[in-house]
Ligand binder design. Structure first.
Ligand code: FAD
Length: 380
C-alpha cells in the first residue's frame, strides 16, 4: 500500500515537516538512516535562532519563524531550550573592505527592518551596557532583539515524537538506498530490506545525502558540497561573561551561553573528514584559532580553557549560501531541501510549514520561490 508522503531524513527538516504534515491530517512515513537528530540537527550545545546578518532572501522566513519559536515548546509539550536572548553583531572596525565595518550597519538595519526583522544600530556605550565584558575595541553593534537560541536535539526529537503522536510513522536505522521512477515521478523509495510506494510526494530532506541521492538516482548534479562545522565549549565558569547570542562583522565568531555555565564558541571554523575515524574531526589549531577570536572580543575568556570540541556533524553548503528548495524535472513529485550552509536551524520552523503546504496542496508557496534551482541557470 502506498504512503501519501515519504520523507527521507530525520533532522529538524524531516521531523518538522513530518509534524506539519501529520498536523494537517496527512499520511506520512519518515525514513532515517541512523536515529532522529543524528546529523546537523543534533550535537553539542545550542543553535542560534538568528535573523541578524542573514541573506535578505531568508529574512521573510525568519519573520515567520519568529512567531513560531516562542510557542513551539507548548505546542509539542516538550522542552526546546528556546530563549529570546537577542543577537549582537559586533563591529571592531569602522570600515572593513567594501562590505563590512560599522559604517554598513545603518543600511543593514534598514533592510532587515523593512523585511520584518526588528533591528537597531547600537553605540559603543550601549553595547558595553548590554555586554559589560566586551572588549574596548568594539565600536558598536547591530542588534536584533527577537533573535535567540534553542536546543537543536531536544527540538528535533520533540518534533519527531509529536509527529508520531499525530499519526506519522518514523523508521530509524533505515537508510534509503534508491528511488524507483516511472513517467517522471518517484513511485517508490528503496531501502536495504523494503520498498515503500509513494502515493503523492517524496521529500528528500537528508541534508548532505540529498546531492548524492539526486546524482545517483536522477542523474542531476546539485551545486552543493559537504562541510564539517566546528563548535567548542569552555569549561564551566563562575560568572558567564556572555549575555546575548553574539556574532561578529569580520571575525568568524559566534558565542552563546549554554547550560552548565559554559560558553559555546563557533562561527564558521571547520573541521575535516578523517578517513580512519570515518567522521569529521576538530583540529587543535582551528579550535585555538576560534578561541583566540573569542578572547579578543571577550578578554575575560583568556583565563578559561576550551573543554570540548566537535566537528562530527556534516552540513551541506550551497554556492550562494542559501538553500535549494525545489522539485526536479526528472521527478516532479520529489521536493528537495539541501544547502543550508550552516544556518538552516533557525528558519526550519517556517520552511517546514511551507514544505508541508507544498506537498499537500501541490503548489510551491511564494516565500520559497527565491530558493529554486533555476537561479543557477539561464532558464530563469
Ligand atoms: C555545528 C553546527 C552548528 C550550526 N549552527 C547553526 C546555528 O547556530 N543556527 C542555525 O540556524 N543553523 C545552524 N546550523 C545549521 C543547522 O543545524 C542545519 O542547517 C540543520 O540542522 C539541517 O537540518 P536537516 O534536517 O536538513 O539535516 P540533518 O540534521 O543533517 O538531518 C539529515 C538526516 O538525514 C539522515 N540521512 C542521511 N542519509 C540518509 C539516508 N540514506 N536515508 C535516510 N536518512 C538519511 C541523517 O542521518 C540525518 O539524521 C549548524 C550546523 C552545524 C553542523
Amino acid at each position: 500500500m502506498a504512503t501519501d508522503h515519504i520523507i527521507v531524513g530525520g533532522g529538524v527538516y524531516g521531523a518538522g515537516t513530518a509534524w506539519e504534515l501529520a498536523s494537517r491530517g496527512e499520511d506520512v512515513l519518515l525514513l532515517e538512516a541512523d536515529e532522529i537528530a543524528s546529523g546537523a540537527s543534533g550535537g553539542l550545545g545550542k543553535r542560534g535562532v538568528r535573523a541578524n546578518g542573514r541573506d535578505p532572501r531568508e529574512l521573510p522566513l525568519m519573520a515567520l519563524a519568529y512567531d513560531m519559536w516562542p510557542t513551539l515548546a507548548d505546542e509539542l509539550g516538550v522542552e526546546t531550550g528556546y530563549e529570546r536572548t537577542g543577537h549582537l553583531r559586533l563591529y571592531e572596525r569602522t570600515t572593513a573592505g567594501l562590505r563590512g565595518g560599522f559604517e554598513t550597519a545603518p543600511a543593514r538595519a534598514q533592510v532587515q527592518s523593512e523585511l520584518g526583522v526588528e533591528t537597531r544600530v547600537l553605540s559603543k556605550e550601549r553595547v558595553a551596557e548590554l555586554e559589560p565584558h566586551v572588549s574596548d575595541d568594539v565600536v558598536g553593534a547591530l542588534y536584533c532583539p527577537n533573535d535567540g537560541v534553542a536546543d537543536q536535539t531536544a527540538t528535533t526529537r520533540g518534533l519527531a515524537r509529536t509527529a508520531v503522536e499525530l499519526g506519522a510513522t518514523i523508521r530509524e536505522q533505515t537508510p534509503v538506498r534508491g528511488l524507483e521512477l516511472d513517467g517522471g515521478e518517484v513511485t517508490a523509495v528503496v531501502t536495504d530490506d523494503d520498498r515503500f510506494e509513494v502515493g503523492e510526494t517524496v521529500l528528500l530532506l537528508s541534508n548532505t545525502h540529498v546531492p548524492e541521492l539526486v546524482e545517483s538516482e536522477l542523474d542531476r548534479s546539485l551545486p552543493v558540497w559537504t562541510t564539517w562545522p566546528q563548535v567548542s565549549a569552555t569549561e564551566p565558569m563562575d560568572d558567564v561573561p556572555v549575555n546575548h547570542l553574539i556574532g561578529h562583522d569580520h571575525r568568524r565568531l559566534a558565542l552563546k551561553a549554554i547550560p552548565g555555565d559554559r560558553v559555546m564558541i563557533s562561527g564558521g571554523w571547520r573541521g575535516e573528514w578523517d578517513e580512519t575515524a570515518q567522521q569529521g574531526i576538530a583540529l587543535d589549531d582551528r579550535i585555538e584559532g576560534n578561541a583566540a577570536d573569542a578572547r579578543a572580543v571577550f578578554p575575560t575568556l583568556r583565563d578559561v580553557d576550551v573543554e570540548t570540541a566537535d566537528a562530527s556533524r556534516p552540513e551541506s553548503v550551497s554556492v550562494d549560501h542559501v538553500p535549494i528548495l525545489d522539485t526536479l524535472p526528472e521527478a516532479t513529485n520529489a521536493i528537495v531541501g539541501t544547502g543550508w550552509t550552516g544556518h538552516g536551524f533557525a528558519i526550519s520552523l517556517a520552511v517546514n510549514r511551507l514544505l508541508a503546504r507544498w506537498a499537500s496542496e501541490g503548489n510551491r508557496p511564494e516565500l520559497l520561490a527565491p530558493f529554486s534551482l533555476d537561479r543557477f541557470s539561464n532558464a530563469a
